[in-house]
Design a protein around this ligand. Structure first.
Ligand code: F6P
Length: 488
């Protein structure tokens, strides 16, 4: 599939498509990141040519960024493209990434604050906002330089809440080529967005409106963005047509659900190590049913209510005791942020409490596995009977699509109505309100008790949706819309 009408693309994202670390021979070796975004955009870059600009995140990245102006060719996972890594220095990066992007914007878009107590904005917030602005300016400068050096005006594809100011800043620099901003996260509703200090709220809205196209994973997030624009002086949102009139231009707002590369996922699953681990898991489980969750250790994933729902199931329906196990595979994330460290501890404490209360000599109700080990998740995808995806809010959630493609036991998906994936998968899943522990417990019971023919029918539906929209299609549709947006 050709992703676009012949323009090169220029991608900007905080986390790059590869990270560098020292290999045994002392050289800096790239390791490819996982996920739909990396898959989609690296395959698109193969066809159109172009470049990727990202933050230096690891020690290896920073060392690499210090060489050759941070600009070099990457040859990883069968793909070749030019990458430029930006290193703003530790303090500025901390302000931009940890304090504004992940502790404020991420918390806002996922409704994570304990509002009677937090957040408490003050002078430290204003100082951190300066850091966010500085890194966004650094990206804009790098993009403008890269756009100029490419010769042909590229499509500039800016990713996520870390880089909300970039579209307007790039436009201000007069960079040639259409600009898109895409949010992989949800976008908070207008009331909750007003928790943000006004300067930050209007800053991110004005920044994003610098784009020609503002994209989201699901209609609800696009609608929230349009509603928020209603309170921005000078902006005229048209919710029906999904456009915003802003500074003499029409900004298009679009919905582009991302999906997975099913073939690549199946290839990874077929690898001998994964097959062996799956075999080992199957042997250890025997006849036991498996409820699985696989997530980043992340507040928005709602791990604790998931455990509470499972506990409720075991208390209300004791016949499941000894016949089902809950495997929570959680990979460490954002450990520099105190709320994430505290949440990880709470999750562990809750799992231990439930195990202590309900364990039997031959049976441990919950297995909590906290490690960065995608192969473990893949091997468990194959074996689950129920996949629990119950985030409080989630932009899309690709686990809900990956699991059904790999699973061959007609496993049932229990899915939060607040995940972007709900729009596409609801008809084939058991849908829950993620805050309702009782309802989630009932859904787990229904999933475990579901007759084989219904499970098979639903699993087929899930597989069809999850494989229908390969990642390169996601890029192609955005590029098409972008051309239309600037043609008007
Ligand atoms: O999809 C949302 C997102 O924030 C991506 O931007 C990011 O790469 C991913 O989740 C994981 O978060 P992080 O890069 O902070 O580890």
């Amino acid at each position: 599939v050709s992703p676009g009408p012949g323009r090169p693309i220029l991608v900007a994202s905080n986390r790059g498509p590869v990270t560098f670390s020292r290999s045994e021979d002392g050289s800096l070796a790239p390791r490819r990141g996982a996920g739909g975004l990396v898959t989609a955009l690296t395959s698109a870059l193969q066809v159109t040519g172009g470049r990727w600009v990202a933050s230096a995140m690891s020690e290896g990245d920073r060392e690499r960024a210090a060489e050759s102006g941070g600009r070099f060719e990457v040859d990883a996972g069968g793909a070749r493209y030019d990458l430029r890594l930006l290193d703003p220095g530790a303090d500025v990066f901390d302000a931009y990434y940890n304090r504004i992007s992940n502790r404020i914007l991420w918390f806002c878009h996922h409704y994570l604050w304990d509002v009677p107590r937090y957040p408490r904005f003050g002078a430290d917030t204003a100082a951190a906002w300066d850091g966010y602005r500085a890194v966004n300016a650094l990206f804009a400068e790098a993009l403008a330089e890269e756009a100029e050096s490419l010769g042909t005006a590229p499509a500039i594809l800016v990713q996520d809440y870390h880089l909300c100011l970039v579209p307007a800043l790039v436009r201000g620099r007069g960079a040639a080529g259409p600009i898109a901003h895409f949010s992989h996260s949800p976008f908070a509703g207008p009331d909750y967005l007003r928790v943000l200090p006004d300067e930050i709220r209007t800053g991110i809205l004005e920044g994003m409106l610098g784009a020609d196209l503002v994209g989201f994973q699901a209609a609800a997030w696009a609608d929230n963005f349009l509603a928020a624009c209603g309170s921005l002086p000078g902006a005229e949102p048209d919710r029906e047509r999904r456009t915003v009139r802003w500074q003499g231009r029409n900004v298009r707002v679009g919905v582009f659900p991302i999906s997975i590369d099913a073939d690549a996922l199946r290839r990874e699953t077929a690898a001998p190590e994964v097959a062996a681990r799956r075999e080992a898991l199957a042997t250890s489980l025997g006849e036991m049913r498996l409820i699985l969750r696989a997530d980043r250790m992340e507040l928005s994933k709602n791990v604790i209510r998931g455990f509470l729902a499972y506990e409720r199931l075991l208390l209300d329906t004791p016949e499941w005791r000894g016949r089902v196990r809950f495997l929570a595979h959680l990979y460490p994330s954002r450990a520099d942020i105190p709320e994430y460290r505290a949440y990880a501890q709470d999750c562990e404490r809750e799992a231990e409490r439930i195990n202590a209360a309900l364990r039997e000599p031959e049976w441990e109700p919950i297995t909590l596995s906290v490690k960065d080990d995608f192969q473990e998740a893949l091997s468990a995808y194959g074996r689950y009977d129920v996949l629990l995806v119950n985030p409080v809010f989630d932009g899309m959630n690709l686990v809900a699509k990956e699991g059904p493609v790999v699973n061959d036991r007609d496993g049932v998906l229990v899915l939060s109505r607040n995940a972007g994936a709900h729009d596409e998968l609801a008809a084939h899943a058991l849908v829950v309100n993620p805050f309702d522990v009782g309802e989630t417990a009932e859904a787990l019971h229904s999933a475990l008790s579901m007759p084989a023919d219904e499970r098979a029918r639903r699993a087929k539906g899930l597989r069809e949706v999850a494989t229908a929209n390969p990642p390169v299609e996601w890029v192609r549709r955005q590029l098409e819309d972008l051309e239309e947006a600037i043609a008007r």
